[in-house]
Write a protein that binds this ligand. Structure first.
Ligand code: MTE
Ligand code: HPA
Ligand code: MOS
Length: 767
């Protein structure tokens, strides 16, 4: 159906931007509480692996202000919050499996009294040996699933016959989500054991189901509402513990309960990014073109499956990044460890897979003494040939070659590459490095059935619009973009569209807002609802005004144009109402064309790919190991953006979050499995002074989604995080200069100052 295009490609401010900065945006903890509200706190395990001998909660129960204590025996239904598989007990009965595992919870008259009370528990453990590291788990065969082996072609033979071969191993670290708004839920009991749940979650429908199952009730007795969340980054895709415990406390007390974790508890209790270990053998020709690759890929999954299977799958599906690999074998190990269950984090395993291959390519380049950008280019997928992935998907939207070349020119890469070598000859202690890396990231949930969405749109009799869809606003701007799509489709000003909370009673059975697909899926579902209302209006207008032509009405500037007739939108809405025409509709969308056989690892798991590239220049201080980002140039494909300003924000934010992952954010567990980095004093995320000194972000102007995605746009949710790979390899390049580029530095991610110094020392054979 025709409509105005005035709102497409328009940089409207985020609908809550002013409210975010003025503090007026309401988050879960800002909702006014009824007078009888109680406050929760969670008591958790101080042991990473132990049998529970006895739990003495007398002092907790008698603590000031405490009204109730809940344990596993208070759970009427399912004692598990695992999203796909069991394994995440709300409160374990006999055994603790990680330091920080919830054991019980209290409700008290104030949050302070609740938090004080839980510290008074006496828990008696019988220690078991904890498995903490990937190495430990591999040695002791502690795996969540059987190892998976994926083989294509004949890598052994290809490596054997290659003129050049190298072996090595590489690790990328974990990462704490550090969303500004932590895990929080607020549950209000209603009549007949029904509950209204406000929760900071990316997944209201699963929150609803998990609570219903826990309470042994039907899903229709639980409503979950989310106006916005203060960042999720994957950390709220599952992690249903907080809302489940909050609902359990409300169920027992019949009172409204608010449960907000303090920052330390949040970091200690909830899961983080999977760290990955890889071990490789690669054969290549004199140009650096990869002939065959054998890879072992192992990840620390923590104590339960959670989403680890899908995350490892995405890692495998991104082991190629932008490179055509024909002969490869990957053995994938999902390590079970006594740490909090590792979970979704922006990139969802894709970035970990991509780092493994990027490190291999970097080492190949250094082995051949070639500019890594040349070796990268040699291995790229082609447009007409070399365009089938190892899992059998034909790539029909490849723009990596153009982006890479454009960016090299725009950023003056070549000249700077040689200038940096000269700089390093002149400077003894400060060393510079530069790197350009590509990104190709697949869009769609690899679990095919999740690629669906619903919406609900109402037009009120004054012509104003109310929209609901299944997507969660987590700062990325999905509501703003979808409101733009709706306003545009009705030909109305953006202000006419009301954004409201995501609500399981309005739009049911939603998927998590994740996989960067929120706007693609929910935007299309919302437009489907709009088109149904427009179809009702079109029929009404034609009938009432006796227009017999087949002409499509055009919605523009608050009017509806049918041929040479003009109707005012508001006027038509009033008339339609009086003539008993429906002005409300639900909408639905499911992604076409995708299929993936998880057993054979073949198919088309992705509707489309996002592409981008980044050049980073760093300076490292060889005395302190500190690194500074002198300049970053990014060229990123966003297709035909709905809102370029929001995409810019996602690109910058994603890059800096990736920079944090690869340079300074380091999660440390001690030998006993206790997490040591659970507050901002020990865990560093990038601050304003860490961002690149020069930060040139450009949108790829020729970008257009070849598939029928809303507005022909491409998502910017996760892909920009991976642009930060260039930071790591620029640092590696700077380290290489300390040995005159003669050897390949050995360094794992994150490249913290300590690791940089150790790597330099290793290179100089000091240690
Ligand atoms: N941006 C902000 N501001 N806050 C977030 O929590 N999450 C990221 C990304 N960008 C996130 C964000 C992750 S992990 C995903 S999957 C996508 O946003 C989800 O939103 P989208 O599907 O609308 O891109
Ligand atoms: N991305 C994010 N979340 C998911 C996915 C995915 O590919 N699959 C299942 N949950
Ligand atoms: Mo994003 S990790 O898919 O929530």
């Amino acid at each position: 159906m025709k409509s105005d295009n005035s709102l497409f490609n328009k940089s409207i401010a985020h609908d809550s931007g002013a409210k975010h900065v003025s503090g007026l945006a309401k988050y879960t903890d800002d909702i006014s509480e009824p007078l009888n509200t109680l406050y929760g706190a969670i008591g958790w395990s101080r042991n990473a692996h132990a049998k529970i001998k006895r739990v003495d909660l007398d002092a907790v129960k008698n603590s000031e202000g405490v009204l109730t204590v809940v344990t596993h025996s208070d759970i009427p239904g399912r004692n598990d919050v695992g999203p796909v598989f069991d394994g995440d007990p709300i409160f374990p009965k006999d055994k603790v499996e990680y330091y920080g595992q919830p054991l019980f919870a209290v409700a008290a008259t104030t949050i302070e009294l609740a938090r004080k009370a839980v510290l008074k528990a006496k828990v008696f453990y019988q220690d078991l040996k904890p498995i903490v590291t990937i190495d430990d788990a591999l040695k002791r065969n502690s795996l969540l699933f059987k190892p998976r082996i994926i083989k294509k072609g004949n890598p052994n033979q290809k490596i054997e016959k290659s003129k050049n071969k190298i072996k090595g191993n590489f690790t990328t670290g974990s990462q704490e989500h550090f969303y500004l708004e932590g895990q929080v839920a607020f549950v209000i009991p209603k009549e007949d054991n029904n509950y209204t749940v406000y929760s900071s979650t990316q997944h209201p429908s699963e929150t609803q189901q998990i609570i219903a199952k826990m309470l042994n009730q039907k899903s229709n007795s639980i409503d979950v509402l989310v106006r916005r969340i203060g960042g999720g980054f994957g950390g709220k895709e599952t992690n249903f513990m907080t809302s489940a415990i909050c609902a359990l406390l409300s169920h027992k007390t019949k009172k409204p309960i608010k449960l907000r974790l303090d920052r330390d508890d949040d970091i200690i209790i909830t899961g983080k990014r999977h760290d990955f270990y890889s071990d490789y053998e690669v054969g290549f020709d004199d140009d650096g073109c990869i002939n065959g690759l054998k890879l072992k890929l192992a990840s620390r999954c923590g104590m339960s499956p959670d989403l680890s299977l899908a995350i490892n799958e995405r890692a495998l599906l991104h082991i190629d990044n932008a490179y055509c690999l024909t002969d490869l074998e990957i053995k994938n190990y999902l390590c079970k460890t006594n740490t909090a269950s590792s979970t979704a984090f922006r990139g969802f395993g894709g970035n970990q897979g991509m780092m493994a291959i990027e490190n291999i390519i970097d080492n190949i380049s250094r082995h051949l003494n070639k500019d890594p950008s040349e070796v990268r280019k040699r291995n790229f997928y082609g447009k007409k040939s070399r365009n089938i992935t190892y899992y059998g998907m034909k790539i029909n939207d490849n723009v990596i070659n153009e982006i890479f070349e454009d960016l090299k020119i725009k950023s003056n890469y070549k000249k700077r590459y040689s200038e940096i070598k000269k700089f390093n000859q002149r400077n003894k202690f400060k060393k510079k490095g530069i790197a350009i890396t590509p990104v190709k990231f697949g869009i769609s949930f690899t679990t095919i059935h999740l690629n669906q969405a619903g919406a609900l749109v109402h037009v009120y009799t004054d012509g104003s619009i109310h929209m609901n869809h299944g997507g969660i606003e987590m700062g990325q701007g999905t509501h703003t973009k979808i409101a733009q799509l709706v306003a545009n489709s009705f030909g109305l000003p953006y202000e006419k569209v009301q954004i409201s909370s995501t609500n399981t009673s309005k739009v049911p059975n939603t998927s998590a807002s994740a996989a960067s697909s929120t706007t693609d899926l929910n935007g299309a579902a919302t437009l489907n609802a709009v088109s149904k209302i427009k179809s009702n209006l079109n029929k009404f207008i034609k009938k009432k005004y006796k227009i017999f032509s087949k002409i499509e009405p055009l919605y523009k500037n608050g009017n509806i144009y049918v041929g040479n007739r003009i109707f005012n939108f508001e006027e038509i809405i009033k008339q339609a109402y009086l003539n008993r025409i429906s002005l409300s509709s639900s909408g639905f969308y499911s992604t076409p064309k995708i299929n993936f056989n998880k057993k054979t690892f073949k198919g088309r798991p992705f509707y489309y790919f996002c592409y981008g590239a980044a050049v980073t220049e760093v300076t490292i201080d060889t005395f302190t190991g500190e690194s500074v980002l002198d300049r970053v140039d990014i060229l990123h494909d966003v297709g035909n953006a709905i809102n370029p300003a929001l995409e810019h924000g996602q690109i910058e934010g994603g890059f800096v979050q990736g920079q944090g992952w690869l340079t300074m954010e380091e999660v440390v567990w001690d030998k006993s499995g206790k997490i040591k980095t659970y507050s901002p004093s020990t865990y560093k995320i990038p601050a304003i002074n860490d961002i690149p000194k020069k930060f040139n972000v450009e949108i790829f102007k020729k970008g257009l989604n070849v598939e029928k995605v809303v507005n022909k746009a491409k998502t910017t949710g996760e892909p920009p995080l991976m642009l930060a790979m260039s930071v790591f390899f620029a640092i590696k390049d700077a380290i290489a200069s300390t040995a005159n580029y003669k050897k390949s530095p050995i360094i794992d991610a994150p490249a913290t100052p300590e690791k940089i110094l150790l790597s330099i020392n290793k290179l100089k054979n000091i240690i």
